[in-house]
Structure formats: structure tokens, C-alpha cells
Design a protein around this ligand. Structure first.
Ligand SMILES: Cc1cc2nc3c(=O)[nH]c(=O)nc-3n(C[C@H](O)[C@H](O)[C@H](O)COP(=O)(O)OP(=O)(O)OC[C@H]3O[C@@H](n4cnc5c(N)ncnc54)[C@H](O)[C@@H]3O)c2cc1C
Length: 406
């Protein structure tokens, strides 16, 4: 799997004929009919908007309904967490506490090690561990079974399982991952716990795995934290001011600045920053993927834009100390960034920029119209956002066509 935009677009192209009823009927089977687009969408080498637009060119809204809904699950989780950043901070805090307490819990420590090394004796789980470590990918249904076995059968803390996924998945995402694990535990949708059964696994893996007698048969509710944070208001995004000379700061959260609605003549420089190590312990495979995707993006942008494209090396503190001088040297009045959503990149980049900006330069925190249109509907369950999909898509397509008319 090549971490470039070109490869993402080809993956989409190959998948398009199956994005209609084939997907709806086949998506739950393993390997089944799925797109494999998640690492590209996760890093916005391709966008939800262009994927949905391409799908709707080949299928009616009815045929493509299921696939579009799944794309919107990602959007929903992103919006839900954006409105409740505290849930991410709590996860990080719990993780730290659990890791620190591991010494005094040797039995748990031993079991976590067995699970992470694929030595539990539960054949399907052990096989999925090795698949995850080797490929950085697991099918959605497998992720659900995996999380259920981890939490309900092995009785391990969900945070350690979510962390294992974050360290190995190429598409590891603070929102989709954390909130899906919480959902399996019954912490996300009150009173709804997900319990994997041997029968279901046998059916949807076509008999490849049949862990009869090995899995928990019931799932008592997992103890807190059942977070009932009310949704915070969404911070208002900035917009590019026509004619303002601006430098772009590109991170792994959005590798498609061609699509940021800033005319190339206003862009003085493009800086790229690698934030892969902002998530502690992240594995070699995702680190290499992120590194290569940044390199590929730098090459693509250098060919597309007339301005310098520079990868800023040397850690956040060193970048912070050089940033003001760099902006001045490149004649930029402002720095524009596609505002990183809640997660590790946000955790390192946003405090640094907020501290520097103000007197020294203008910081323009942008948001994609897709997120701006959908996220306010992520206040409650997915159903509320799902209902809005047709009207939001209509609203977005009128924005897109009025932009292309300009
Ligand atoms: C415990 C658990 C952890 C997960 N962790 C992540 C994660 O870290 N990053 C991540 O991107 N997804 C995560 N998911 C969601 C989902 O499993 C993956 O997005 C999907 O398997 C990616 O494969 P695909 O691109 O072939 O999906 P397809 O079925 O082809 O779907 C197309 C796109 O829709 C989105 N999507 C599909 N299903 C879901 C879903 N259930 N939730 C959110 N978005 C979805 C993804 O962007 C995906 O690329 C997790 C699910 C579970 C149950």
C-alpha cells in the first residue's frame, strides 16, 4: 500500500463499482466487500467529499446509502469528539494510570503481553493480532470482535486495547478508535454493549474461525467513566483573507492543501511537520506510513506550486523557535493551518501555535466545509446526523459548484 494521493485515488477508482449494493450486502463478511480507503481518508490524502461525489456519479443515492453512511460514521465520531475534547484527555490520563499501575498488577500485565503477542490461545484473536502487526489493517467486523474479546472475554481494560490499535493501525484515529472501543463497552451508547459470539464469527468469516466455547457469553456493563459531558460549542474557524500572503502548515491530519480554498498566488511557502511521535509508543509501520505520506505530499506540492515546500525537522520546540523567523524570511503575513481535530497532533501543534501567534503573526485556523457542515449534528447519537446526510450533501454540493463558478 503506497501512501500517496495517487494510490488513494486508484484505490477509490477500483472500489467504485462495488460501492453500491455489493458493499451493502458484502461489507460485514471478512474479507468481504470493503474499500481499504481508511488510511487515505484518515490523513486526508483523499477527502470524504470527493469520495462521496465519485460514488454518487456511479450509483444512485439509494444504492450508495450504506457506503455513504459509513463514511459519515467517521465524520460523526470526529465531530462527537471535537465537541467533547475531554473524552480524549480522559483516555490519555487513564492510559497513563493503567501503565503506571501495571507493576502492581502482574497478572494483568502478563495477560496484556500475551494478548499483544498473539499468545492467548484464542485462535482468531491471535491470528488478528498477527494480521494487525503485519499489515496495519483490520476489517471493521474483526475490530468489533477483537475489542469485544479483549474487553468481555479477557476482561482487560478497553483503554489498553484502544492503545494497542493506535500503535499499530495505519488508519489509527483518535476519534474513530477511542469512541468505537467505548461503544463496544457500552460507554458510548448507554446500555448498549457489543458482545461477539462464536456463531457470528463463524458465519461472517465463512468458517475460517469458530471459537466455540472460548468467548464470554455475557457482557456485564463495564465500569465507568460513563462520560456525560455536554457538547461544547464548536470553535469558529478562520477563513483565508483574499490577497493576504500566507504560509501553510501541513500536518498528517490534512495532506491536501490544494483543496484548502487558498489561491496559489497568496501562498508564500508550504511547511510540513511530522507529528507521528506525538502518540507515545506508535509502531514502526504507522510511523513509516506517515513519514512516507509526508514525503510524497512534499513532492506532489513542489510539483504543483511555484513556492518553496519545506519539511521542518527537529521537534516541536525547535520548530517553534524558528517559525517566526521563517515566516518573516518568506514574506508571510499569516500562517494558515487546517485546524487539527482533537488528538495527538492537536495536542502538540495547537498550544505551540497559539503561544506564538498574536503579536508575531496572524494564525488562520481553517476548517473544511464538510466538517463545518456535519460536526454541529454530532451532539447526540449517530441517527441525528444520519437524518441530515441528504440535506447536508445538497448544501455542500451547492457550495462546491458556487466555488467552481468563481
Ligand atoms: C474497535 C474499533 C476501532 C476502530 N478504529 C478505527 C481507527 O482507528 N481509524 C479508522 O479510520 N476507523 C476505525 N474503526 C472504524 C472501521 O473499522 C474502519 O474505518 C474500517 O474498517 C476501515 O476499513 P475500510 O476503509 O476498508 O472501510 P469501508 O467499509 O470501505 O468504509 C469506507 C470508509 O468509511 C469509514 N468507516 C467505515 N466504517 C466505519 C466505522 N465503523 N466507524 C468509523 N468510520 C467508518 C472509514 O473512513 C472507511 O475508510 C474502528 C472500528 C472499531 C470497531
Amino acid at each position: 500500500m503506497n501512501p500517496t494521493r495517487g494510490e488513494g485515488l486508484q484505490t477509490l477508482e477500483r472500489f467504485l463499482p462495488r460501492a453500491g449494493t455489493s458493499y451493502a450486502q458484502g461489507r460485514n463478511f471478512v474479507p468481504g466487500v470493503v474499500s481499504g480507503l481508511s488510511p487515505y481518508l484518515r490523513h486526508r490524502l483523499i477527502t470524504e467529499a470527493e469520495v462521496v461525489a465519485a460514488v454518487l456519479q456511479q450509483h444512485s443515492p439509494n444504492e450508495a446509502e450504506k457506503f455513504i453512511q459509513e463514511i459519515c460514521w467517521r465524520t460523526y465520531w470526529k465531530g462527537w469528539l471535537e465537541l467533547r475534547p475531554q473524552v480524549w484527555l480522559e483516555y490519555l490520563h487513564d492510559l497513563q494510570t493503567l501503565r503506571a499501575g501495571m507493576k502492581s498488577e502482574p497478572a494483568m500485565h502478563h495477560l496484556v503481553q500475551k494478548a499483544e503477542n498473539g499468545m492467548t490461545g484464542i485462535g482468531c484473536l491471535d491470528a488478528w493480532v498477527s494480521e494487525l502487526r503485519q499489515t496495519g489493517y483490520l476489517h471493521n467486523h474483526v475490530r468489533m470482535w477483537f475489542a469485544s474479546i479483549w474487553v468481555h472475554t479477557l476482561r482487560l481494560p478497553w483503554q489498553l486495547g484502544a492503545d494497542f490499535f493506535m500503535r499499530y493501525l495505519l488508519d489509527g484515529d483518535p476519534a474513530s478508535n477511542t469512541l468505537s472501543w467505548r461503544w463496544v463497552c457500552g460507554l458510548q451508547t448507554q446500555g448498549k454493549v457489543y458482545l461477539a459470539t462464536a456463531e457470528n464469527i463463524e458465519r461472517f468469516t465463512d468458517g475460517c474461525h469458530a471459537p466455540h466455547g472460548l468467548l464470554a457469553r455475557e457482557a456485564p456493563p463495564i465500569k465507568g467513566p460513563v462520560t456525560l459531558h455536554p457538547p461544547l460549542p464548536l470553535a469558529r474557524p478562520d477563513h483565508h483573507i483574499q490577497g493576504e500572503k500566507t504560509a501553510l502548515l501541513v500536518t498528517e491530519e490534512d495532506l491536501l492543501p490544494e483543496d484548502w480554498d487558498i489561491p496559489p498566488r497568496d501562498i508564500t511557502t508550504i511547511f510540513l511537520v511530522n507529528t507521528a511521535d506525538a502518540y507515545p509508543g506508535i509502531g514502526e509501520l504507522p510511523v513509516a506510513w506517515k513519514q512516507k505520506s509526508l514525503e510524497g505530499t512534499a513532492e506532489r506540492l513542489a510539483a504543483e506550486f511555484q513556492c518553496p515546500v519545506l519539511s521542518l525537522e527537529g521537534g516541536i520546540e525547535s520548530i517553534a523557535s524558528r517559525l517566526h523567523g521563517l515566516l518573516r524570511d518568506h514574506g508571510a503575513q499569516s500562517l494558515s493551518i487546517m485546524s487539527p481535530p482533537v488528538g495527538p497532533t492537536h495536542g502538540v501543534i495547537v498550544p505551540m501555535l497559539s503561544e506564538l501567534a498574536g503579536e508575531r503573526f496572524h494564525l488562520r485556523r481553517l476548517r473544511r466545509s464538510w466538517d463545518q457542515a456535519f460536526w454541529p449534528h454530532a451532539t447526540h447519537g449517530f441517527f441525528k446526523l444520519k437524518e441530515r446526510i441528504p440535506s447536508v450533501l445538497k448544501q455542500l454540493s451547492s457550495i462546491t459548484s458556487s466555488m467552481s463558478d468563481r
